[in-house]
Design a protein around this ligand. Structure first.
Ligand SMILES: *Cc1c(COP(=O)(O)O)cnc(C)c1O
Ligand code: SF4
Length: 394
């Protein structure tokens, strides 16, 4: 695969300036042939205090602060995702998503919690969240390729909740088998696509065997942070377990690269629809321009924008939270102006496990016996008659 990340002079200079991590020493020796090997990407992830210190040129006292930050919230970044950072921009959206920030431990807003969605209280067996009647979410691993600073399951980095042992997995399968109302299993984590292929195959096979499970879904950020993991072998295994949907997690148009495009294309070619769940993040994508570019870009690579999540009140991620009105404004500006296939549902997960609530701009102003009154996407008021007899209620 072409090593697009290194086509730009600037990126290369930044890499040289950094020069500390094992990954980059190898780069400097010209071992770029490993770039498209996901195992290399995974085992050469940038992590640890020394790498961070070199990277950010920390003073001794700053280094102590960062020691506390990563002592609480670990970090690891694949060389690929790292290469997307523009170091000349202190506000770089990729950097904000993957490089630790002292505000993770120093800043908090009222109401933030470790587990804002009360997921822990909706687990009938460890690692399995059953919050909605017809679908469950199975956390099969606690590990990820890149630890996103805005993750809403940061608590699980500190104390594991995932059912990542075989015994825990068996209990999940038993629970789903005994719950005939469950027609969809969402395999999540952590990131399930970093699991060994044989294990992934087993997870999917066991759930697939249950007669009332009609559909499988995988939640993964791998296409965005380590796209080379989407190999033909992986796609073949996934294809065996269709109907299977993938939800991935692009947050910024700069994450749409030739590599991530290729990963999505491979999945699509294997008959696996790919949708996207973005999170509205302050300083990363909280503007009409960025969200619009993201959504149009996703449509171009045939990834359907599914949800735009309001950033949850997660402890350790408060510096990413925006006002809810910001998202409503953005979605309102998109409606009617770009194709419906590019517009995600803007959703907030209500506190205490209240579930998802959709925030759609309202076009229906008034509804009476004889008519409905609408506001069009251009702001005009239109009456829509409801002639007598059109509804046969009586
Ligand atoms: C979001 C979520 C789901 C999936 O909901 P959809 O609206 O179908 O995408 C399932 N379980 C839990 C616990 C969730 O948070
Ligand atoms: S990939 Fe998902 S689960 Fe993992 S850190 Fe990022 S947001 Fe959290």
């Amino acid at each position: 695969m072409e090593n697009t990340a290194f086509n730009s002079e600037d990126t290369l200079t930044d890499f040289r300036a950094y020069g500390r991590s094992k990954a980059l020493k190898q780069m400097n020796r010209g071992e770029t042939r490993h770039w498209s090997d996901w195992r290399w990407q995974f085992s050469n992830r940038i992590k640890g205090l020394d790498a961070l210190s070199g990277l950010l040129q920390l003073t001794c006292s700053e280094k102590e602060v960062y020691r506390d930050v990563i002592g609480r919230y670990k970090y690891a970044v694949t060389p690929y995702y790292f290469s997307l950072i523009d170091w000349s921009d202190t506000d770089d959206p990729i950097r904000k998503q993957c490089i630790p920030d002292p505000r993770e431990i120093e800043f908090s807003l009222p109401g933030s919690e470790e587990d804002p969605l009360a997921e822990r209280s909706h687990m009938p067996v460890p690692g399995l969240i059953h919050r909605y009647p017809d679908r469950v979410l199975a956390m099969v691993t606690g590990r990820c390729a890149v630890y996103c600073r805005h993750c809403n399951r940061k608590r699980t980095w500190i104390s594991a909740e995932a059912g990542s042992t075989r015994e825990a997995f068996c209990r999940m399968v038993e629970y789903v088998a005994a719950s005939p109302g469950v027609r969809e299993v969402i395999v999540s984590g952590g990131d399930p696509l970093i699991s060994p292929l044989s294990l992934l195959d087993e997870f999917l096979k066991e759930f697939r065997k249950i007669p009332h499970v009609e559909v499988l879904r995988i939640g993964t950020r791998i296409p965005v942070v380590m796209p080379m993991r989407i190999t033909e072998d992986l796609c073949q295994i996934l294809a065996r377990h269709r109907p299977l949907w993938i939800n991935t997690h692009f947050n910024h148009p700069r994450e749409i690269t030739p590599e991530s495009t290729k990963a999505c294309e491979r999945l699509l070619k294997a008959g696996i629809p790919v949708s996207n769940q973005a999170v509205l993040l302050k300083g990363v994508n909280d503007s009409l321009k960025v969200i619009k570019e993201l959504c149009l870009g996703l449509q171009r690579i045939m990834v359907r924008p599914y949800y735009l999540f309001h950033c949850d009140a997660v402890r350790g991620a408060d510096h990413f939270r925006t006002d809810i009105r910001k998202g409503v404004e953005i979605i309102q500006e998109l409606w009617g102006k770009i194709g419906g296939l590019c517009i995600p549902n803007y959703v907030v997960d209500l506190p205490d496990g209240g579930g998802k609530a959709m925030m759609v701009p309202s076009y229906l102003l008034e509804f009476s016996q004889e008519r409905a009154i609408f506001r069009t996407f251009e702001g005009n008021i239109v009456r829509y008659p409801c002639p007598e007899g059109a509804d046969a209620l009586l």
